[in-house]
Every structure is written in C-alpha cells, then in structure tokens.
Design a protein. Structure first.
Length: 196
C-alpha cells in the first residue's frame, strides 16, 4: 500500500474518533472546551488528509485502482460521520440526513453492481456540486456546533446563524438527490445491457 492510500486509510480511523470526541462531553461530563479543541484538530486532520493524499498521488504518479475506490469511500464515511453528529445534536434536520444517507447507500449499491460487471461510472457535474455542498454544510454545521459550545450567552448573530443553517443542509440534500438521479440515468443503459 503506497503513501497516499495509507493517508486515505487514516481517515477511516479518524472518522469514528471524531464521533467519539464529539459526544464524549455529553456521555462522560469530561471538559467540553478541551474536547471542542480536539474536535477541531481531528476535523482539520481529516480534511487535510483528504487534500494531501490526492496531491501526493497525482504529483508522484501514485494513483492506484485501490485509491480510486478508497478515497471516495473515506470521504463518504467522514461526511456521514459529521452528519450523524449534527443530526443527533438537532443541528441538521434528521429527514435531511436520511435523504443524504439513502442517496449514498443507493449510489454505493449501483457502483457495486456495475463494478462487478467491470463498468466504471464517471462523476457528473451534479456529483461534484453535491460534494461541494456536503463540504460547505459540514464545515458550517461543525462551526455552529463549536460556537454554541464556546460562545457565552445566546448572541443574536448566533441565533440567525442557527436559523439559516438548515437551509444549507436542505440545499445539500437537494443536490444529493439530483446527483443520484443523474447517476441513475447514466447507469440504467448499462444495467439494461447486463440483463440481456
């Protein structure tokens, strides 16, 4: 396993660590400020490793078939971990989380079927748009979670932030559905060919 893939694999371990740190103050009463700073550090490490593995793989021509599968899987695992934390903290609407989760499971199912037949599906513009909105909504949600833990009182600007945030999540859910429909539309001819 090359260096970029090892960096990618590290995200598979850091995602559950993020989950544990996120809820540890609630579960154990451990110092919330310390855990919040650790949460920020783990988040930066996860997102930094996502950038780093791709840069190294492309610069040093270390792109592998394993990396092509492992990198998006690690991305989905990380983002779903963030969204689970935000949904169960009532920051992200639960129904939005379910739409995103169902989309990811649906695409994974389609990919498994197509990969079993040796068919690869290219990413669509909607898939890239979805990925950007996932990233934006995740960072805004985590930032909001950090702020409500660390900011004293309930300032008006934070209340406005909390009111606007669900609409960002809804946009991410809409993009996820549109990207799934685009993926499905491209997959149907290939799936039809498999049944002949």
């Amino acid at each position: 396993m090359n260096i970029p893939n090892k960096i990618t694999v590290s995200r598979l371990f850091m995602a559950p660590l993020f989950f544990i740190i996120y809820f540890l103050p609630q579960w154990t009463g451990v110092d919330q400020t310390l855990m919040t700073w650790l949460l920020i550090i783990v988040y930066i490490l996860i997102e930094g490793s996502d950038l780093l593995d791709g840069i190294i793989a492309r610069k040093y021509h270390m792109v592998t078939d394993l990396g092509k599968v492992l990198d998006p899987f690690s991305d989905v695992l990380s983002r779903m971990t963030y969204f689970v934390c935000l949904a169960f903290s009532s920051i992200m609407p639960l129904w939005v989380f379910l739409i995103i989760l169902y989309r990811e499971l649906g695409v994974t199912f389609l990919r498994m079927i197509l990969m079993g037949e040796g068919v690869a599906m290219a990413a669509s513009i909607w898939g890239k748009f979805k990925a950007v909105l996932y990233a934006i909504s995740a960072i805004l949600g985590i930032l909001y979670s950090v702020l409500i833990r660390m900011v004293e009182g309930a300032p008006r600007w934070l209340a406005i932030y909390g009111t606007v945030l669900p609409y960002i999540f809804i946009l991410a859910a809409v993009a996820s559905v549109l990207s799934f429909l685009s993926y499905l539309r491209n997959a149907i001819p290939k799936l039809s060919g498999m049944t002949r």
